[in-house]
Design a binder for this molecule. Sequence first.
Ligand SMILES: CC(C)(COP(=O)(O)OP(=O)(O)OC[C@H]1O[C@@H](n2cnc3c(N)ncnc32)[C@H](O)[C@@H]1OP(=O)(O)O)[C@@H](O)C(=O)NCCC(=O)NCCS
Length: 269
Amino acid sequence: MVNFKAPHRPIISYRPIRPSDLEVLEKIHGDLFPIRYESEFFRNAVNGHDIVCWGAVDRSRPNAQSNELIGFVTARIVSAKESEVEDFISFDLSKPDQTLIYILTLGVVESHRNLGIASSLIHKVIKYASSIPTCSAVYLHVISYNNAAIHLYKKMSFQCVRRLYNFYLINGQHYDSYLFIYYVNGGRSPCSPLELVTLLVTYVKSGYYLMVAKLWKNEDKKISKWPTSKESGYLLPVVQNKRILTAEESTQPNQVCKLHSQLLFGSTN
Ligand SMILES: CC(C)(COP(=O)(O)OP(=O)(O)OC[C@H]1O[C@@H](n2cnc3c(N)ncnc32)[C@H](O)[C@@H]1OP(=O)(O)O)[C@@H](O)C(=O)NCCC(=O)NCCS
């Protein structure tokens, strides 16, 4: 296990990962993850073949260690259409080649945790994703018991969109995973049924307020013709509102107002 002693005042800096990081990168992955990655994955990562990655180093460590990785993030660009999160991406017809960034691995050695290093590494990925015009989201999987990582993604405004049952098989045991997404460049999820209902309610409400405002204006105009209560001075025939609404409805072009008054007073046809 890579055994780092936490210095009193770490000086963290971030840099691209390079071929000389191969050994340490492989070692930290071995220490932090229960899954074994093939050598090819590490070779591709350090050579930038199909994988983008950033590393964190602690400049306050002595000598050569000051440039040794203490944290990393690796990611890959994938086609949105071929990704498993296709259902969560609203497709933009003007961008047929829409892409996503999939975070493959993220880790920080124990001695340097809770210093914001993973957050900064994720920010690098988000910034990179935002710089690619075709990219609409960053996404990743996290094993369901990894509370530290789940807390981190939620804190960074990733949205948990799905639980995948038995996604991981580790030492003969199945574990669920959560799928987290962070939208960039105006990317968004397609309209859910709930969103559609909310939109409809908002539309109906605004139509209703518009109608009430119009009625109020009409009533103001008619005020002089209406009898008033001698005792209170209030307008008397409140029940006439129904009639007024129905009459207004027949001249109101807004279909939402029409729908709403039909709901309130029954069909007027
Ligand atoms: C997850 C991991 C990358 C976080 O790295 P880090 O550099 O410590 O993360 P940060 O310092 O940016 O943020 C840590 C946040 O997690 C919180 N946290 C740490 N351990 C936690 C736990 N067990 N439960 C809940 N929250 C926890 C911290 O309090 C902090 O949140 P805060 O800022 O609200 O206080 C690191 O723990 C790690 O490498 N774990 C092993 C590998 C791994 O699980 N990778 C993720 C795979 S999806």
